[in-house]
Design a protein around this ligand. Structure first.
Ligand SMILES: [Cu+2]
Length: 164
């Protein structure tokens, strides 16, 4: 029985060799069928890449909340009046970003953005029970957002802004 199976396998191998030989002799290096397979594989790879990109965007939005679009960055002071922002982490896409600051508490705050060299590059008005916006031209990198009211940053009103 084993011999029969071996013979059968050899026969199949021989047939495959014949098929390959005739294919390459009649239609050149790549048969039409092989080309179609290659195209199909490329298409599958493209579709996979797009799906990965979309997954990445969805992840960014989940992490960054409403600032996921990259055009706007929402930062909110703790509504109960504590010396804190509602988040310690924010993300934005590189480019011109509008920073929308909301402080619904009666304690005056603002939000300022500092680059990695310690230079403040954008800052809103200091205000209580209101909101203000400022714009910043952000390059990819790590920034710090903080409240510039004396003592607030030291008390914890700061966080990391990651720009990609
Ligand atoms: Cu403050």
């Amino acid at each position: 029985m084993k011999k029969l199976i071996t013979l059968f396998a050899l026969l199949l191998a021989a047939l495959a060799l014949v098929a390959c030989g005739s294919g390459s002799s009649t239609s050149g290096e790549t048969s039409p069928a092989a080309g179609a397979v290659e195209e199909a594989e490329e298409g599958a790879e493209e579709a996979g890449g797009e799906a990965e990109e979309k997954a990445g965007e969805a992840k960014n939005e989940a992490e960054g909340g409403s600032e996921g679009s990259g055009a706007a960055l929402d930062i909110e002071a703790d509504p109960t009046g504590q010396l804190a922002f509602t988040t310690k982490e924010a993300t934005a896409k590189a480019g011109k970003v509008t920073v929308d600051f909301t402080n619904s508490s009666p304690v005056p705050h603002d939000v300022a953005i500092e680059d990695s060299s310690g230079k403040t590059i954008a800052e809103t008005e200091v205000l209580a029970e209101g909101s203000d916006s400022t714009t910043a031209n952000l390059k990819p990198g790590t920034y710090t957002f903080y409240c510039s009211v004396p003592g607030h940053r030291e008390a914890g009103m700061e966080g990391t802004l990651t720009v990609k």
